[in-house]
Ligand binder design. Sequence first.
Ligand code: ATP
Ligand code: MG
Length: 180
Amino acid sequence: MKLVSIELQGFKSFAKKTKIHFTDGITAIVGPNGSGKSNIIEAIRWVMGETSAKSMRSEKMTDVIFSGTDQRKAVNIAQVTLTLDNSDRFLPEDSDQLDISRRLKKDGQSDYYINNRQVRLKEIHNLFIDSGIGKESFSIIGQGQVDQILNSKPEDRRAIIEEAAGVLKYKNRKKEAEIK
Ligand code: ATP
Ligand code: MG
């Protein structure tokens, strides 16, 4: 499984449609303070189903929609598409390439798509669960998160280790079965 590209439009500082291609090996994103580096990482987490506005450094989720600058008018929709190479079937979807999209309108409604098929948020979560690349996964380490992991309560740290071990989906299914 590989990250192929990410396309952002109307998401945070990315007013214009912007596509970033990831090549093999390590990609470093560099730029001055405030140029949008963290916004790219947040867009990756957002398209993978992040529902916490706070973790997007926003008060409400619609704050991620480009709000305009002196030079450019605000927009009404934020849209991000993440393209993944899934030819090794690492993710449980029978497709060599996966286009995962999320679109958010001013009214607060988010729509999710897998290869242009509209899906529920749960399907997005199920796609990434136990893969290690989900919205709260250990493979995205934000600023200050290392401290957070070291200082977290044992049960929270256990959840991180369980995701790494791939048992989280079974625990979630058990919880769902118990509710029913
Ligand atoms: P640093 O090096 O300081 O970490 P960075 O490159 O990570 O900076 P970001 O935090 O990604 O920068 O980008 C911050 C910029 O994004 C700010 O200029 C902020 O005004 C802009 N921004 C955030 N949300 C929006 C929005 N909804 N509309 C327009 N601009 C936005
Ligand atoms: Mg930053």
